[in-house]
Design a protein around this ligand. Structure first.
Ligand code: NAD
Length: 257
């Protein structure tokens, strides 16, 4: 019975590398270690050099610019990756909200801020998944990243809580729709990690402190723990799992107090 994970000959796309701390970067590193043919995306010209510097360490990996608000840009990523190998894994690790919508009273959220956060952080997963399903001719694994603020109130997370609630519902609906095509759709709900996106959230350091104090494991998680779970979900070891929100949070979410 094979127990190692071997993705050789398979194509993987990871959206959302911004720095070495990005969850996307950890996931990309794990997929590459399992020999997947890797394509990562970065958002804009500013992030091109840091991303190219990172992938220099990963033999054969490619980096493509992609702004997920632009459908042609997402399509270009798939066309580029598919010209190299059959795509079997797609990871969406992208979110954004204006800083003023990640602080203060939730009821002050502007319509423009709401639209922007939901467009980038939730709608984009539908767009990415639809294209993934078109390219995954013999099944595959689609994954996104969520946070417990989808179901519990985290003061400061504000409009992003709505975006994550939408995203988690999308996971269910897409898993149901794509199941007959042997495509699995899941999310990892990660505990707080110190990344560029997290820095925009007011009260983030309190979130880290409280997770450490109250989680059953008594600590925060690492990017590598998310990367490892993502690799498992991309592999046939997870062939029976779809439509799941998998918590990688040192158990924090099970606690009442
Ligand atoms: P990060 O800042 O490294 O990654 C966020 C990425 O989103 C960046 O690469 C950024 O360029 C990209 N992005 C933003 N707007 C975009 C656009 N219009 N087009 C394309 N890309 C765009 O931070 P991260 O923490 O690694 O975030 C990755 C995912 O993990 C996000 O969905 C985030 O909500 C989720 N998450 C993070 C944590 C945490 O504590 N860091 C916890 C749970 C879930």
């Amino acid at each position: 019975m094979p127990v190692s994970i071997d993705l050789s000959g398979q194509g993987a796309i990871v959206f959302g590398v911004a720095s070495a701390r990005s969850i996307a970067w950890s996931i990309a590193s794990f997929l590459h270690a399992a020999d997947a043919k890797l394509t990562v995306t970065y958002q804009n010209e500013r992030l091109k050099k840091p991303t190219l510097d990172l992938i220099r360490n990963l033999d054969g990996a490619a980096a493509v610019e992609c702004d997920v608000t632009d459908h042609a840009s997402i399509r270009h990523v798939f066309e580029t990756a598919a010209s190299e190998s059959t795509i079997t894994t797609v990871v969406h690790s992208v979110a954004f909200a204006n800083r003023e919508d990640l602080d203060g009273e939730f009821s002050q959220t502007s319509l423009d801020g709401f639209r922007l956060a939901l467009d980038i952080s939730a709608y984009s997963f539908i767009a990415v998944s639809k294209l993934a399903s078109d390219y995954m001719e013999d099944g595959g694994s689609i994954l996104t990243l969520t946070f417990q603020a989808a179901e519990k109130v985290y003061p400061g997370y504000n409009v992003m809580g709505v975006a994550k609630a939408a995203l988690e519902n999308e996971v269910l609906q897409l898993a149901a729709e794509f199941g007959p095509k042997k495509i699995r759709v899941n999310a990892i709900s990660a505990g707080p990690l110190n990344t560029l996106a997290a820095r925009g959230i007011s009260g983030f350091s309190d979130m880290r402190r409280i997770h450490e104090e109250r989680s059953p494991l008594g600590r925060n998680i690492t990017q590598e723990e998310v990367g490892g779970t993502a690799l498992f979900l991309a592999s046939t070891l997870a062939s029976g799992i779809t439509g799941e929100i998998i918590y990688v949070d040192a158990g924090y979410h099970i606690m009442g107090v």
